[in-house]
Design a protein around this ligand. Structure first.
Ligand SMILES: N[C@@H](CCC(=O)N[C@@H](CS)C(=O)NCC(=O)O)C(=O)O
Length: 270
């Protein structure tokens, strides 16, 4: 039996949902973990995921954590259609993309989400409510990142790191796609595309993709193709209807300052 513990509006959960959709697997058991209701801190859930994060896959009692590893595991479990190239060197190259999105891409998207949307939400709360939002966190680096983004906004060093990371990813994506290939690894849609898609969807919800990809037409073409991918549509990747409104409102407020910050970054480090 396959069970997925997840939260619909989480970009990491969307990777697992997209992998299920790619494989046309529907007989899995959903367990909803509502992050804003602090269900990730339920002692029973912490036994499955001590970092108090989603998603977690449980397969016949075996626990699989980390969204990119869950997608990889599902690809091994259900070989058709394959989401990894056959040539081993290409598998390693595909994993380099995933490593970058796991290590830096996730932090960048999470930081920008906090700078733009959760900042507005958390700053509107009383200090006590804010403290209880962060109570029980099990990953210190995540709490510190979130607090820096909430209290410092675009001046947070994490915002600058986010801009640097995504500049690097988008520029590499643009160059990779410039030979008119269909997907990152060539003609095959792979885990490199799947793992990147939900993160770019969030940046799009935050109104950052349009200004960012204006200079990267090949990356933009990739993004347009991803949005038409049946698994992307079926898994409902991207912000929900409620979220899209609030992200759009807050994103529009910040986009001018974001563009300035990006220009500053490029002038100094680009
Ligand atoms: N590297 C982990 C990151 C998982 C992660 O941080 N998930 C977020 C949602 S996207 C979460 O559960 N956050 C918990 C919280 O905000 O308290 C993965 O890819 O599975």
């Amino acid at each position: 039996m396959l069970e997925l513990y997840y939260f619909e509006n989480s970009i990491c959960s969307e990777r697992a949902l997209m992998a299920f959709a790619e494989k046309s697997v529907t007989d899995w058991v959903p367990h909803h973990i509502h992050l804003f209701e602090h269900q990730q801190f339920d002692p029973e859930y912490l036994k499955l995921n001590p970092k108090a994060q989603v998603p977690t896959l449980v397969h016949d009692g075996e626990i699989i954590r980390e969204s990119s590893l869950i997608a990889d595991y599902l690809d091994d479990l259900y070989p058709h259609p394959p989401l990894k190239p056959t040539k081993v060197s290409e598998v390693a190259q595909m994993r380099e993309w995933i490593k970058e999105s796991d290590e830096a891409g996730y932090e960048g998207v999470a930081s920008l989400s906090f700078v733009i949307v959760f900042r507005a939400k958390l700053m509107a709360m009383s200090e006590t409510a804010r403290e209880s939002y962060w109570a029980g966190q099990t990953v210190l680096e995540r709490t510190q990142r979130q607090q820096s983004c909430v209290f410092e906004g675009l001046s947070s060093p994490y915002a600058l790191r986010a801009i640097a990371t995504w500049e690097r990813v988008f520029s590499k994506l643009n160059e990779t796609m410039s030979d008119d290939r269909s997907w990152i690894m060539g003609e095959q849609f792979t885990l490199a595309d799947l793992n990147l898609a939900p993160f770019v969807a969030r940046l799009d919800g935050l109104k950052l993709v349009k200004p960012w990809l204006a200079e990267y037409p090949h990356a933009q073409k990739w993004w347009s193709a991803v949005k038409k991918r049946p698994s992307y549509i079926e898994a409902r990747v991207g912000p929900s209807a409620d979220e899209i409104n609030i992200m759009g409102i807050e994103g529009t407020k910040v986009v001018g300052d974001f563009k300035k910050k990006r220009v500053e970054y490029l002038a100094q480090y680009g």
